[in-house]
Design a protein around this ligand. Structure first.
Ligand code: GLC
Length: 720
C-alpha cells in the first residue's frame, strides 16, 4: 500500500480502532486455549475492550495464524491485518546453537545464515516478526539470559546482532521467507544487581555509552524495525517509562522512528515497581515515552481512550504510534497478503527442517570451544569401545531455552552421534547422575566408573540443564549442579582417555573439574545436531575453532567479570596464584578468568610471525590497516580466529587495558603460512569523554594480536 493510502486508512479509523493497533495479546487469551506463554498469565478484559487489537504473540502454527487472521479480517469497518510475533531466538523448528555460542564462532556470515534459515521456517510457521536479536551487554553469568546474548564485547555483539537482523529481514520484507525484527532489551538489562533477573541496574552514562548502548544502535543501523525496552529500572526508572532512554537517546539522538513494543506485561509492572499509581498512569507514562505497542498488559486497551478524552494524551500521539504499527505491517506486505505466504500445511516447515540440519551441524561445530586438551583429543577413530557418560550422554534437551517451536525428538543425542560415526564400535551410555540443581544422588556413579574402566575412551557429558538458563533463571552459584563434579573426578580417575563435554547456557565456574579433566569441550546448547557435532569434533572428523564470547570465572566471587577491565592505580604484578598486599587483587582467588574472552584451542598450533600496521602515525578518524602473518606449525589443518586488541595508553578518562578491535578467520594446512589483512576502524579508537562527547584523542595506542589477557605480538601506533 502506498504511503498516501496508509495515511487515508489511518484518518478513516476511529480512536478505538487506532488504539487497537497498539494492543498485543497472547494467542491463548484470544483463542481461549492454554498455549505456551512467555510470562505471567495475561489479563483477560471484557470482549468489548478486546474488540480491536493489532498484534498477537505466542501462537504455535501457521494454521492458527491463518484462522485468527481470517476471523479478525472478516469483521470491523477497517479490517487491518494482525501482526504475528514470536521469539525466534536461535531457530524455529531446527534449533541452532544459542546466540552466546554462535557469537563465539566469530563468523557473522554463519550467524546470518542461521538467522536466514530460522526466518524461512518461522515465516512458513506464520510468524511475521521476531523478537530478535537480543544484544544486551553481559558481564555476569549468574544472570540466566546471557545465553541469549552475543557476549561481553559490544563490538562483537553489534556485528553478530546486525548479522541476525540481515539474516531475518533479507532484502525485502515482503518476501515470504523474511521476518521483521525487534532488537532487545533496551537497556542495561544485562547488568541486574546481584545477577538476579529483572533487578535494577545502576549504570553511569559513561558506561552506558561505551558498553551497554552501542550494540542496539548497530542493530537499528542494520535496519531493525522495532525495539523493546527492558523490564529493569535503569538508574531508577524502568526503561519503558524512562524519558532519557526512550526520548532523548532513541528518538532525538538516534532518530529512530520505528516501533517500540513493551516487554511482556511491563506496563502493568510499572505499578509493582512503584512508578505508576494505576493502569491509566502506566499507560500515560509509556505513551509519553514513545511506547507504541503494549504487550499483553491491557493497559492501553483498558485506559488509553479515557486518557485521551481526559487530555492526558493527545490524539496526535495515538496517530503517530498507530502509523508506526501500520508501517511495519505495510513493509511486510500484509495489506496485500495478510498471511505473508504461510501455508497451513505443517509439512512446509518439515521440508525446511530437513534442509537446515546440515547448517545446524556446521553452526554447532563452529560454535564449540575447545577449552583444554592435554593431547587426548582427537580420539582415534579406530577405538572399539566408547563409554558415553553423564546426564547429557543421551539427552535430547540440548537445544537451549528459547528454542521456540523446535521438536526435541528430532535432536541427535551425543550417544547417537557417536554411534552414527562409529557404527562398528561398542558404545555404552550411562548417565551416572543427574544435572538437577541440588540433586545429591550419587548412587549411579559407580556404574559410570565401571563403564569408564572398560572403555578405550570416555565422552563425559556434563553441564547445566537447558531450563537452568534463559529468562528468570538466575543462579547464585555457577558451578556444575548436583553430583557432577564428583562424577568427573571419579570417571577421569578411572580412565585418563576422557574428554569432558560441557552443555549449558552460561559460563560456569569450572575450577573444580578443570584440574582433573584431560580435555574440556564447551558445546553450550548446540541445538538439533548437537550430538553429530560432538562426535565429529571428538574423533577429529571436524576441527574445533570456536572462541569464548564471554569470560569463564574462577569463582562467582569475581563477578561481574569481563576482559575489558581498567588497570586501576595498583594493578596486580605478581603471578596469578599469588596475593599482593595493597594491590587490586583477592587474597583467595586470582583476578583473571579461568578461561578468557577470545580463548579457544584447535587441534594444531599456530605461530604468529608478524604484526604489521600499515602506518604507525594516523590522523584522528583514519582507520588502521594491519596485516598479521602466521604459520600452522602442527600436523593438522586448523582454523585460527585472529584477533586484534587495542589499548589507548593515555586518555582523559580511564580506558580498558584491552579492547577487541578487529578479527578474521584463516584456515591453514600443516606447515602453511598465511596472512590476514584486518582493518581497525577509527570507531574503535573512540571514547566517551567527561563532557559527554564521543571523541578520538591524540596519543599512543598499543595494538596486539592474540586474545584477551594473552598478547602474542604487540606494536604501537600514534594518533595525532
Ligand atoms: C519475555 C522476554 C522477551 C520476549 C517477550 C515475548 O518476557 O523478556 O525477551 O521477547 O517476553 O515473549
Amino acid at each position: 500500500m502506498k504511503a498516501e493510502a496508509l495515511k487515508e486508512l489511518l484518518d478513516s479509523m476511529s480512536l478505538a480502532e487506532k488504539i487497537g493497533q497498539l494492543v498485543q495479546w497472547n494467542y491463548a487469551a484470544l483463542a481461549m486455549t492454554d498455549a505456551e506463554v512467555t510470562g505471567p498469565e495475561t489479563l483477560r478484559l471484557s470482549a468489548d475492550a478486546m474488540k480491536y487489537f493489532g498484534s498477537v504473540l505466542n501462537f504455535s502454527s501457521a494454521d492458527e495464524m491463518i484462522r485468527l487472521q481470517k476471523q479478525y479480517m472478516s469483521g470491523g469497518e477497517h479490517p487491518v491485518p494482525l501482526l504475528f510475533m514470536m521469539d525466534v531466538i536461535h531457530g524455529y523448528r531446527t534449533a541452532f546453537p544459542i546466540p552466546l555460542a554462535q557469537a563465539g564462532s566469530f563468523d557473522p556470515d554463519l550467524v546470518r545464515e542461521c538467522a536466514k534459515a530460522a526466518s524461512a521456517e518461522a515465516a512458513a510457521g506464520g510468524v511475521h516478526l521476531t523478537f530478535t536479536p537480543m544484544v544486551d551487554h553481559v558481564r555476569d553469568p549468574r544472570w540466566g539470559r546471557v545465553m541469549e546474548s552475543c557476549g561481553e564485547d559490544p563490538y562483537l555483539s553489534g556485528i553478530m546482532g546486525a548479522a541476525q537482523v540481515e539474516g531475518f529481514r533479507g532484502k525485502d520484507l515482503t518476501d515470504k521467507n523474511a521476518l521483521a525484527v525487534c532488537v532487545k532489551h533496551y537497556a542495561g538489562y544485562g547488568a541486574p544487581e546481584g545477577g538476579r533477573d529483572y533487578n535494577q541496574a545502576e549504570l553511569s552514562e559513561h558506561v552506558l555509552r561505551e558498553w551497554y548502548l552501542p550494540a542496539y544502535k548497530a542493530c537499528l543501523d542494520a535496519g531493525a524495525d522495532m525495539i523493546m525496552p527492558s523490564f529493569n529500572a535503569l538508574n531508577g526508572i524502568p526503561s519503558v517509562a524512562n524519558p532519557w532512554l526512550m526520548n532523548q537517546v532513541l528518538r532525538d539522538e538516534w532518530h529512530f522512528n520505528g516501533t517500540v513494543i513493551s516487554d511482556y506485561n511491563a506496563l502493568d509492572e510499572l505499578i509493582t515497581q512503584g512508578i505508576a499509581e494505576n493502569r491509566r498512569h502506566a499507560a500515560v507514562l509509556a505513551m509519553n515515552c514513545g511506547c507504541d505497542i503494549d504487550m499483553v498488559s491491557g493497559c492501553y486497551a483498558s485506559d488509553l481512550e479515557k486518557a485521551v478524552r481526559d487530555g492526558l494524551i493527545s490524539e496526535e500521539q495515538i496517530n503517530t504510534a498507530a502509523m508506526r504499527v501500520l508501517k511495519v505491517k505495510n513493509d511486510l506486505g500484509l495489506f496485500e497478503d495478510p498471511f505473508h505466504g504461510a501455508s497451513a500445511d505443517p509439512e512446509t516447515v518439515g521440508n525446511l527442517v530437513r534442509q537446515h540440519r546440515t547448517l545446524a551441524e556446521k553452526a554447532a561445530v563452529e560454535s564449540a570451544v575447545l577449552l583444554k586438551n592435554n593431547g587426548v583429543l582427537p580420539f582415534a577413530g579406530s577405538v572399539k569401545k566408547v563409554a558415553v557418560i553423564g546426564p547429557f550422554a543421551s539427552s535430547r534437551e540440548i537445544v537451549g531455552a528459547w528454542c521456540c517451536n523446535c521438536d526435541t525428538s528430532e535432536t541427535v543425542t551425543v550417544a547417537e552421534g557417536i554411534r552414527a560415526l562409529l557404527p562398528d564400535a561398542e558404545i555404552t551410555a550411562v548417565s551416572g547422575c543427574s544435572a538437577r540443581i541440588g540433586d545429591k544422588d550419587g548412587s549411579m556413579i559407580n556404574e559410570a566408573v565401571r563403564a569408564a574402566e572398560n572403555a578405550d575412551c570416555v565422552v563425559l557429558c556434563v553441564g547445566e540443564e537447558m531450563e537452568c538458563s534463559g529468562e528468570g533463571r538466575s543462579r547464585a552459584s555457577v558451578t556444575l549442579p548436583g553430583m557432577q563434579a564428583e562424577l568427573v573426578r571419579r570417571v577421569t580417575g578411572a580412565n585418563p582417555v576422557t574428554a569432558v563435554v560441557l552443555f549449558g547456557g552460561r559460563p560456569l565456574d569450572l575450577t573444580e573439574i578443570d584440574a582433573v579433566s584431560p580435555a574440556l569441550l564447551e558445546m553450550w546448547m548446540p541445538g538439533t545436531e548437537g550430538g553429530t557435532a560432538v562426535a565429529k569434533l571428538l574423533f577429529g572428523v571436524a576441527e574445533p575453532c570456536g572462541r569464548l564470547a564471554m569470560s569463564f570465572p574462577k569463582s562467582v566471587g569475581q563477578l561481574p567479570l569481563f576482559y575489558a577491565r581498567s588497570n586501576t592505580g595498583r594493578p596486580k604484578q605478581v603471578p596469578e596464584d599469588e596475593y599482593q598486599p595493597y594491590c587490586s587483587n583477592y587474597m583467595d582467588c586470582g583476578n583473571l578468568p579461568l578461561y578468557s574472552f577470545g580463548h579457544g584451542l584447535t587441534y594444531t598450533e599456530f605461530r604468529y610471525d608478524e604484526l604489521r600496521p600499515e602506518k604507525t602515525v594516523l590522523r584522528a578518524g583514519e582507520d588502521l590497516n594491519v596485516t598479521v602473518r602466521l604459520t600452522n606449525t602442527g600436523k593438522r589443518t586448523g582454523t585460527e580466529i585472529v584477533q586484534l586488541y587495542i589499548n589507548d595508553k593515555v586518555s582523559s578518562v580511564v580506558t580498558p587495558v584491552q579492547k577487541l578491535a578487529a578479527f578474521a578467520k584463516i584456515s591453514l594446512a600443516p606447515g602453511e603460512s598465511g596472512e590476514v589483512r584486518l582493518t581497525v576502524s577509527s570507531e574503535r579508537m573512540r571514547l566517551w569523554n567527561f563532557s559527554g562527547q564521543s571523541v578520538i584523542e591524540p596519543g599512543e595506542f598499543e595494538i596486539f594480536a592474540g586474545y584477551a589477557d594473552h598478547p602474542l605480538l604487540t606494536r604501537t601506533f600514534t594518533v595525532i
